[in-house]
Design a protein around this ligand. Structure first.
Ligand SMILES: C[S@@+](CC[C@H](N)C(=O)[O-])C[C@H]1O[C@@H](n2cnc3c(N)ncnc32)[C@H](O)[C@@H]1O
Length: 221
């Protein structure tokens, strides 16, 4: 499928799929959305100095992984991160992403490059407190049990991939989480909330990122 690099309203890049008229991030701001949904309403639930296992549904541009790495360092978190994606970006697409400039962290450029350069399907140490395994895999094939503290659910929208916002997929996420584990997603759809509740999540509706009224957070009890 054709992919085009675009600039979102906060100046940060994203990727656009003309065939689906779908973007990898909010058009209102990729970095703003990623910080709001995944850091503020996800990572920030965990106390400084804890050890976390994170699963990302849709590794894509690596933006969520990269900002998690940056923020984990500030909070003294020790993180084992797994990003799943069946359709990794090409090196020439990654080169066009402007996250280093937009986040104004030139000193971390080599780490963004390392995140992308490491091989798929092999856990690698990015820095002593941050390991990463990029998994080239379909979401439908995820089958871990009681492994993760946090799931970043960042699939394309239900309009284009309704099969990924179903009870069957959320059951996999629920099973993959440890007790008290949390799933965050940018979606606020009623059907998504009900699917999450049906498989067992306690679901909160939270204020959404710029341009979006609400988002969802589910907790496993
Ligand atoms: C919204 S984008 C992820 C954005 C990403 N989190 C980021 O920060 O750039 C959704 C991702 O899901 C991947 N994808 C779509 N369908 C999939 C499937 N069935 N299994 C695995 N990956 C899939 C796409 O390749 C794409 O990278």
């Amino acid at each position: 499928m054709e992919r085009k690099i675009i600039i979102t309203d906060d100046g940060s890049s994203s990727i656009y799929l003309p065939e689906w008229d779908e973007t990898y991030h909010s058009k209102h701001g990729a970095i703003q959305e990623a910080y709001h949904v995944f850091i503020k309403n996800g990572l920030d639930l965990f106390k400084n100095n804890s050890k976390l296992a994170i699963l990302e549904i849709g590794f894509g541009s690596g933006l969520n992984c990269f900002i998690t790495f940056i923020e984990a360092g500030k909070r003294n978190l020790k993180i084992d991160y797994e990003g799943v994606d069946a359709y990794p970006l090409k090196a020439e697409e990654i080169l066009q992403l402007n996250y280093i400039q937009q986040l104004n962290i030139q000193t971390k450029r080599n780490l963004f490059e390392k995140i992308h350069a490491i091989p798929w399907n092999k856990r690698q140490i990015i820095e002593p407190d941050f390991s990463l395994k990029k998994r080239k895999q379909f979401f439908e094939d995820i089958d871990e049990i009681n492994k993760y503290n946090l799931v970043y659910f960042d699939a394309f929208g239900a309009r284009v991939q309704p099969e990924l916002w179903t009870e069957a997929i959320f059951k996999k996420m629920y099973d993959a989480l440890k007790n008290k584990g949390v799933l965050v997603t940018y979606s606020a759809k009623g059907s998504v909330r009900r699917a999450m509740q049906t498989v067992g999540f306690t679901v909160e509706r939270l204020p959404g990122p710029p341009g979006k009224r609400e988002m969802l957070r589910g907790t496993k009890h």
